[in-house]
Design a protein around this ligand. Structure first.
Ligand code: IPT
Length: 940
């Protein structure tokens, strides 16, 4: 079979830079004619210009045909969805034939047909003449159209196979989506240029390889010839200050416009430097994705990604795991993001067969591997934003990776080489890992990592900067542990930061399921919702994880002391003069005062106003916002903030307590007992509450029908619980099916209900004693919990489940908000008074799971009841039960059941990122332990 060749292409022109040229070009995007066949062996007669395609369908180009009603998408992570027998592919090989007629403008001659991206194999004919074929889905290919172009009508025909030998090199964790998914053009541009623009001590040095003469009018550079060098005073390019200079290359037959950014990447003493300064990558891994269009992303979508990243303090992108659409890199140059440009190479599925016949180490694949690297480097070599080349992802080890690195060093010595898959770092300039634990990252930071067997390689690697090309798996609720990683990255100079996995959930829009994931299209081999693990939801709404990341990545740090705040810049390449600082004081979430803060450009200690004495809880919030519009956000956009409680005397409290949870001065409700419980037949009344006399169950609270409260240990497992086996063990223990045995109902001064809560089939359990006391209009509850037996596991939560009728569905609370927070997440939340609808309190994770927990709540009001903590509690309010949330597989499975389901938590187990990476850190684990929980209920 033709598509089973090792060779990557034929008939293609040498790769060259993506350039903006004034040479005429014809946009061939739009509606093409299309026919899908189930096998590759269909007649090629359709390539004939006279072929009658009236029976075919229309298909937009660029697009993926499975997203337009032809066949279906399929998702696998590591596994190949076909037998591993390179270079062979299945006989069932969806094959898309494309036809497009176009008229050549008068006077047009010559040109190149350029395909920016076709998955996975394309064979091209122009007016019936075969031009050649190409593979390398996310890389451009050009064919010389000149000899075959005719005046007037021309017919372009393309055959695309979903599977080809090249599929073995494209085993990235994503949907398999064939088609012509990037632009097609006929261009008369043929120019190529490699611009070198370095920066040292206030001066930029410029030179280039290519034909023609280069002008940079703003710098007074005119007529620079190839090989000539000029050094001028220039501003540097950085992601913080993306200064670009317009350059014009007068090349033979065309004029090319370029944007030059001066910057120098270096590694010195094991530290990654740009323009002589240490670089800290605050990055994300970005796949190209749109819920309707797959990897056929529009310019607007790319721009939205960059803007969202910039607005959330992200400063770097790894283009996982292939070169992006070229316009994305233009945006990174323009708006400022550091980029690791990654080659379109992944052979991960060979790992499942012991890496036997891995293409990375098989000479028959060398040409294909080199071809991919060359096409990426040549296309993207002029981008100042690209500071590192990556050989690919998860492609094992082998000689072809060595050949790729060697060629790249020769061609472009100005950028370090990255590859994570080879721990020996034999072919790389940086030491990169994925999902290393905090402890390991710490050891690497100190230079105390375990040695390699080969002392020479070990010494080499020990001298390298370190980065985590993937960490903090953002799947579902989470990731936890972000702040702890950042603290390490900022502590050790060797640590150059890293890239969160990953930017966006790849949930495909689906009419019945909301967003689809693996298996939803009936794929026999798939990896479920592992494709849904981003910081933004499929529609690009930021998830709580992205909000937390913004906080953790803040470029400004605040430290409070008595009467002042010290402001420290964490920028590497600019000062603070673009920011405006201000402060605000709130008492129980009600604004009291606000004021500007004058902060020197280099930061420093700034006096705070004197606040009057006052009892009760008061918080000071300070903020840094953009003073002026930036290209990526408007003036006023908040960049960084911090909160501190005020002492009664008005100075920031700087003592040792966990201030986000329990302010020192906050008083819990007084548990004054002043009414005895009274038994009326089968019912017991305590204040405004009615209990079942036999079971001690609360049945009515201030006139409302209620169920509970009763001890709850379960949460609808989050992805991090599910994928590391924790959920399995929890279910084995039976934590999702607790029984509640009532041992005693003791009316008296207070109503005491003694219970034992335990799952069937185990001797583990918890004694839970509920003590109810009336206090004026209020009802105080005290729950004493004593575990019995040897609990082997952390438990999901320690809380009370309470169900109310679904009367007014608005919740107001004073505590952390507005978003969700768990023990190791919620850095983005602040103490304040918040109001939300119940719907608004649900975080719409594509795969339903525990979500929406509001932390450190002092009091909450809903359904006419005020609940007060002593001093705080965790609040979750849902229009469906935990059991329904647990059972749901897609969002539309969740339907309000007409009740309000509250969980009032004393504690929850942490979030971690164990779906792929380390579990919850020990300090955020929830262990079964004796505990006392107090709440007050009163009519609001
Ligand atoms: C890592 C992959 O590089 C990435 O593409 C993604 O699949 C991620 O895992 C999980 O979402 S590889 C893994 C074996 C650590």
């Amino acid at each position: 079979m033709e598509c089973e060749r090792f060779t990557p292409g034929s008939g293609r022109l040498d790769p060259r830079a993506a350039l903006r040229s004034d040479a005429p070009s014809l946009d061939l995007d739009g509606t093409w004619r299309f026919r899908l066949s189930p096998v590759a062996t269909v007649s090629e007669s359709f390539a004939d210009p006279g072929y009658d395609d009236t029976g075919w369908d229309d298909l937009p180009v660029p697009s993926h045909w499975p997203l337009h009603g032809h066949g279906a998408p399929a998702y696998t992570n590591v596994s190949y969805p076909f037998p591993v027998d390179p270079p062979h592919v299945p006989t069932e090989n969806p094959t898309g034939d494309y036809r497009r007629a176009f008229d050549l403008p008068d006077g047009w001659s010559g040109g190149r047909l350029r395909f920016e991206g076709v998955e996975s194999y394309a064979k091209v004919w122009l007016n019936g003449h075969e031009l050649g074929f190409t593979t390398g889905s996310r890389l451009p290919a050009e064919f010389d159209a000149g000899p075959w172009l005719k005046p007037g009508r021309n017919v372009l025909a393309v055959r695309v196979h979903q599977w080809s030998a090249a599929s073995y090199l494209e085993d990235q964790d994503q949907w398999w989506l064939p088609g012509i998914f990037r632009d097609v053009t006929l261009t008369r541009s043929a120019a190529d240029v490699l611009v070198r623009a370095s920066y040292e001590e206030g001066r930029g040095t410029l030179s280039f390889d290519g034909d023609g003469a280069l002008d940079v009018p703003e710098l007074g550079i005119t007529g620079l010839g190839p090989g000539e060098r000029v050094t001028v005073g220039a501003e540097p390019w950085s992601a913080e200050t993306p200064r670009l200079y317009e350059a014009v290359l007068r090349a033979p037959g065309e004029t090319v416009r370029l944007r030059v950014g001066f910057r120098t990447v270096a590694i010195e003493d094991g530290v990654l430097l740009v323009n002589g300064r240490p670089l800290l990558l605050k990055g994300v891994n970005r796949h190209e994705f749109h819920p309707e269009h797959g990897r056929a992303v529009s310019y607007e979508t790319m721009r939205e990604d960059v803007l969202l990243m910039k607005r959330h303090n992200v400063n770097a992108v790894r283009t996982s795991h292939y070169p992006p659409h070229p316009a994305f890199l233009d945006l990174c140059d323009e708006l400022g993001l550091w980029v690791i440009d990654e080659c379109d190479l992944e052979t991960h599925g060979f790992g499942q067969v012991g890496w036997r016949r891995n293409p990375s180490d098989d000479p028959r694949w060398e040409e294909a591997c080199l071809d991919r690297m060359r096409r990426m480097v040549e296309r993207d070599k002029n981008h100042p934003s690209v500071i590192m080349w990556s050989l690919g992802n998860e492609a094992g080890v082998g000689r072809n990776l060595g050949a790729m690195a060697e060629w790249t060093r020769e061609r472009d010595p100005s950028r370090p080489i990255h590859y994570e898959g080879d721990r020996s770092c034999e072919h790389t300039d940086v030491y990169s890992r994925m999902y290393a634990s905090h402890a390991e990252v710490e050891a690497i930071g100190r230079g105390a990592e375990d040695p390699l067997d080969d002392p020479e390689l070990d010494a080499r690697r020990r001298a390298m900067p370190f980065l985590q090309c993937e960490y903090a798996h953002a799947m579902g609720n989470g990731p936890g542990g972000l702040a702890e990683y950042q603290e390490l990255f900022e502590r050790y100079p060797r640590l150059a930061g890293g890239f969160i996995w990953e930017w966006i959930d790849h949930g495909l829009a689906h009419p019945a399921l909301g967003y689809a994931y693996g298996g939803d299209y009936g794929e026999p081999v798939h990896d479920g919702n592992f494709v849904v693990d981003g910081l933004v939801f499929p529609d690009r709404t930021p998830s709580p994880g992205l909000l937390d990341l913004k906080k953790v990545f803040e470029p400004v740090a605040f430290t409070f002391s008595e009467g002042s705040v010290t402001i420290r810049s964490k920028y590497g390449f600019r000062d603070l003069s673009h920011l405006a600082f201000s402060g605000e004081v709130e008492a129980e979430g009600v604004p009291l005062a606000s004021f500007p803060l004058e902060v020197p450009a280099e930061g420093g200690e700034v006096k705070l106003p004197v606040f009057p004495e006052r009892e009760g809880e008061r918080w000071l919030t300070v903020r840094a916002s953009l003073a002026r519009d930036e290209p990526w956000a408007d003036a006023g956009h908040e960049v960084a903030w911090a909160q501190v409680p005020l002492d009664t005397d008005g100075t920031p409290y700087t003592g040792p307590d966990d201030l986000r949870a329990v302010p020192r001065r906050a008083d819990g409700p007084a548990h004054r007992r002043d009414a005895a419980s009274a038994a009326h037949g089968a019912e017991i009344e305590v204040g405004g509450a009615v209990f079942d006399g036999a079971t001690g169950r609360l049945t009515r609270l201030f006139g409302l029908d209620v169920e509970g409260p009763r001890l709850e240990l379960w949460r609808a497992p989050i992805d991090n619980d599910r994928y590391d086996g924790t959920e399995f063990r929890w279910r084995l223990l039976g934590l999702h099916r607790l029984t509640h045995r009532v041992d005693a109902v003791e009316p008296g001064d207070a109503l005491t209900v003694r219970t034992r809560v335990a799952p069937a089939a185990t001797d583990l359990g918890m004694r839970a004693t509920y003590t109810w006391t009336a206090s004026g209009d209020a009802l105080d509850l005290r729950v004493d919990i004593v575990p019995e037996g040897d609990w082997p596991e952390p438990i999901p939560r320690l809380g009370l489940a309470l169900t109310l009728p679904s009367v007014p569905r608005t919740v107001t609370w004073y505590g952390l908000g507005p978003g969700e927070a768990y023990p190791d997440t919620g850095m983005a939340t602040r103490v304040g008074r918040w109001t939300s609808t119940v719907e608004g309190m649900q975080t719409p994770y594509v795969y339903p799971q525990e979500n929406g927990h509001r932390a450190a709540v002092r009091w909450a009001e809903l359904a006419g009841i005020r609940i007060t903590g002593a001093p705080v509690f965790g609040l979750t309010v849902r229009p469906w039960s935990t059991a329904a949330l647990d059972a749901a597989a897609h969002r539309p499975d969740l339907v309000p059941d007409g009740r309000l389901h509250l969980t009032l938590d004393l504690a929850q187990h942490g979030i971690g990122s164990a779906a792929c990476g380390p579990a919850t850190l020990a300090r955020y684990e929830l262990r079964a332990r004796p505990a006392t929980f107090r709440l007050r209920f009163e009519p609001s």
